[in-house]
Design a protein around this ligand. Structure first.
Ligand code: SF4
Ligand code: SF4
Length: 326
């Protein structure tokens, strides 16, 4: 059994929408079968106005136990650190979050804005947004690098734009059933079970990636890495293993992965020409190479594969898998 309070700061509600679409289990099953009691949620909570402030104050006074504080959206600190750009229940939201984090059993940040600031934190960052315990890839954020909740863990980060519903529901269930300490996290506090493999794992274009065959936005066949900025080889997430809506993923629909589960998102801070386009070095080499591979090693191997592929095509030696996937 776990009492959950869900708050939203600088958010678009995308993670709430994702959560409400959960299927295995659904949000209703979380409540009926998995011991989750939702104290309040901005979209499904029944309390309004003063009733919400009373609830939050009762939690702070210890009258109501809060086992999990879920936070969605960036922490808005502007202007000048006051947080008054994001007022909630008669106070800056940042004040509620600071105090509620101290009494929560566990704190879970959902989505990129809550984990590392996300799009609101892109310079010039007029709302002075940051993440709960990271700012981009630097540990610290709003609660500070040393923060540990009453349950003995730092903020558990479930990134994504939005986070996959399974990532959220499974972590809530792990906490409510007392198994959260069995869940290993990586250096960015992401549960390893979802964020160890790369998006490329399970992508049907992986053979084209290896053979350096270019694809295009929405076009079947070929890989999206070389021209349209796919970040599948450097983004840790299970999108091509558990799929979205149990159906597909971005790269299965031949849409490039934007790298939304990595702390650098949005990569290149959205500078013109960096979205849906592979940033190039010397005009033709991808600036970002797959994680774990040296730039020189990658360029050498990629160059050989590209030349071999071109020679084969000129000589009429077609790659069967590519032809049949067109
Ligand atoms: S489309 Fe993206 S994820 Fe798929 S093989 Fe190419 S780079 Fe990897
Ligand atoms: S495919 Fe990439 S951009 Fe899309 S949800 Fe997964 S990690 Fe995020």
């Amino acid at each position: 059994m776990a009492n959950v309070l869900w708050l939203q700061g600088g958010a678009c509600s995308g993670n709430t929408m994702s959560f409400l679409n959960a299927e295995e289990p659904t949000v209703v099953e979380l409540v009926t079968d998995f011991g989750i009691n939702i104290l309040w949620h901005p979209s499904i909570g029944l309390e309004l106005g003063d009733q919400v402030s009373t609830l939050l104050n009762d939690i702070l006074k210890g009258k109501i136990q809060m086992d999990i504080l879920v936070y969605e959206g960036s922490i808005v600190q502007g202007p000048k650190g006051s947080g008054t750009m994001n007022y909630f229940a008669e106070r800056p939201m940042q004040d509620w979050v600071r105090e509620l984090s101290q009494v929560a059993g566990f704190v879970v940040a959902i989505g990129d804005c809550a984990t590392w600031g996300g799009i609101p934190a892109v310079p010039p960052n007029p709302s002075e947004s940051t993440g709960m315990q990271f700012h981009k890839n630097k540990k610290g954020g709003f609660l500070g690098a040393g923060f540990v909740s009453k349950g003995g863990l730092p903020v558990i980060n479930i990134p994504g734009c939005p986070a996959h519903p399974d990532w959220v529901t499974q972590i809530l269930v792990a906490i409510s059933t007392g198994r959260i300490k069995d869940v290993l996290v990586d250096e960015y506090h992401r549960p390893k079970t979802f964020f160890t493999d790369f998006v490329q794992t399970g992508c049907p274009n992986a053979i084209s990636f290896a053979q350096k065959v270019d694809g295009g936005f929405g076009k079947r066949g070929g890989c999206l890495f070389y021209e349209v900025g796919c970040r599948g080889p450097m983004t840790r997430a299970s999108c091509n293993r558990i799929l979205w809506n149990r159906q597909a993923s971005k790269t299965r629909a031949n849409h490039p992965c934007l790298g939304c589960t990595e702390p650098g998102f949005p990569h290149h801070d959205l500078v013109k020409g960096s979205v849906f386009k592979t940033m190039k070095y010397l005009g033709f080499l991808p600036q970002n190479v797959p994680t774990g591979v040296s730039r020189m090693g990658y360029y050498t191997r990629a160059g050989v594969e590209k030349v071999m592929g071109t020679v084969e095509r000129v000589l009429g030696v077609e790659q069967e898998h590519f032809e049949t996937s067109k």
